[in-house]
Write a protein of this length. Structure first.
Length: 284
């Protein structure tokens, strides 16, 4: 074997050795790089989940809160009246209550000449406007809940057609009857006049006091932060609300007899007291 061939073999051996060592080192560096990349990606995903969880908790707390703790008693009473849909101020309601209480007390005293009757009549007349407001509020909130499933379905269809959430809210205000049309119209006008959509939606949930609307507001706010299929979410929310109404109806029908018996038993003592006082005032 000539020296030239030996030198060529030696050169090839050295070259291949260097190439193999370099390939092994490059492979090790690539493995280390992938490991570091996976570690950084996992850490980034963890931080994103923590941030999103924090944002979701904050959004949920703000959307579901109605700021009752920061309101005075007068503000709570005025807010209660506004939820009934009656256009009256708290001071006017107080004046009407006082005048009605005095009127019923005077009329009762003129007919019976019995002071305790007049005092009872005064309390009843004083409480009557508040009872009317509470009845109107309960009726209005029930009407809102009954309209919500169809409203959610309409909004889902509008969103699937490529429109925005504000246009979906406008569609509800145009297609539905009060009270939901008035509430959504007020929300849309707030956004149309420059108020941030997030603030307007939170006002909608707080103003109505309806739990299902607060959940809707929470869903929209989370969607604006994280994305997702809002139309599908609204469809599911409408189905859940309908199922909830069905279960509530079943519960009310099953407990109707018991509630009627409880109402009769609770009303018997005051009824018998008034009856005995009317038939035999001097009875002790």
């Amino acid at each position: 074997m000539t020296p030239l061939i030996i030198n060529l073999f030696a050169f090839a051996a050295v070259f291949l050795s260097i190439f193999a060592i370099n390939w092994i080192l490059a492979d090790l560096r690539e493995v280390e790089r992938k490991r570091l990349k996976e570690k950084l990606d996992a850490q980034l995903r963890k931080e994103q989940r923590q941030r999103l969880t924090k944002d979701f908790s904050q959004i949920a707390a703000e959307a579901m809160s109605d700021d009752e703790g920061h309101k005075t008693l007068r503000e709570k009473a005025q807010f209660f009246i506004e939820q009934s849909g009656i256009n009256i101020s708290l001071s006017r309601l107080a004046i009407i209550s006082l005048m009605l209480g005095l009127l019923t007390a005077v009329l009762t005293y003129l007919f019976t000449y019995v002071l305790p009757y007049a005092m009872v009549a005064f309390c009843g007349g004083l409480a009557l406007p508040a009872l009317v407001v509470n009845y109107k509020r309960t009726k209005r909130m029930r009407a809102l809940r009954e309209q919500l499933p169809d409203a959610f379905e309409l909004m889902a269809r509008v969103l699937r057609s490529g429109q925005t959430i504000s246009q979906a809210i406008q569609a509800v205000s145009q297609e539905f009857s009060p009270p939901i049309s008035m509430e959504f119209l007020y929300c849309y006008e707030q956004m149309n006049l420059g108020l941030e959509a997030e603030t307007a939606l939170r006002h909608l949930g707080r103003r109505t006091g309806v739990l299902e609307l607060k959940i809707f507001v929470l869903a929209v706010l989370v969607h604006r932060q994280t994305g997702g299929n809002l139309a599908e979410l609204l469809d599911k929310l409408g189905s859940v609300v309908r199922e909830r109404f069905r279960i509530q109806g079943m519960i009310q029908s099953l407990t109707a007899q018991g509630r009627l018996q409880a109402a009769i038993l609770l009303s018997l003592p005051p009824f018998m007291f008034v009856l005995l006082m009317a038939i035999h005032p001097e009875y002790e």
